[in-house]
Design a protein. Sequence first.
Length: 198
Amino acid sequence: MAIILTASTLNAQSSADAIVRTYIDKLKSHKNLEWRFTYQFSLDGKNFNEAQSGKAWLQGEAYRIEMAEQQNISDGKSIWTYFSEEDEVMVSNTTDGTDNTPLKLLASLDENYAATIAKMDSNGICTVELANPKGQYKRITLKINTKTTEIKSADIYMEDGSKMVVNIEEQKFDQPLDESFFTFDEKAHPNVEVIDMR
């Protein structure tokens, strides 16, 4: 009986790894990724704020995430964190350890996280549990459409007990994005206060 249970567990983990790897391979096969999403955040993992909309782009080592009151932009070397209400931007190096976002994390899910299948419904939507006790994001629950290889949602459990829920509304690939798109344009914000931490 124990042998059968162990075999079933290994098969479930192997299938989960294959599903995650298939998505990552698809992601890497394109020049860039664009997401339109909604998100909610909770400090205690239970009481969530009102859902808000955002957009995200990933291109190689560069990324741009636009949310209600904050933008995170990186060209792969520097990170600009812009707070719109304060008209303030903080600049840091990617080597400072702050370059660990849920979006960029996707590329290393198959290397750093143990994956298991929690559920598979009749429409091909697979719920995959990813665990990494040593990571900043302890646990991630992904819902992946196995027919289209698209992530539908992600529940992200942080090291400090907080939680973010992200629902992907639209996904596009290979958009015409200039390199300047992944840098902060100070000219467009003439009154911005720049805090350079590099």
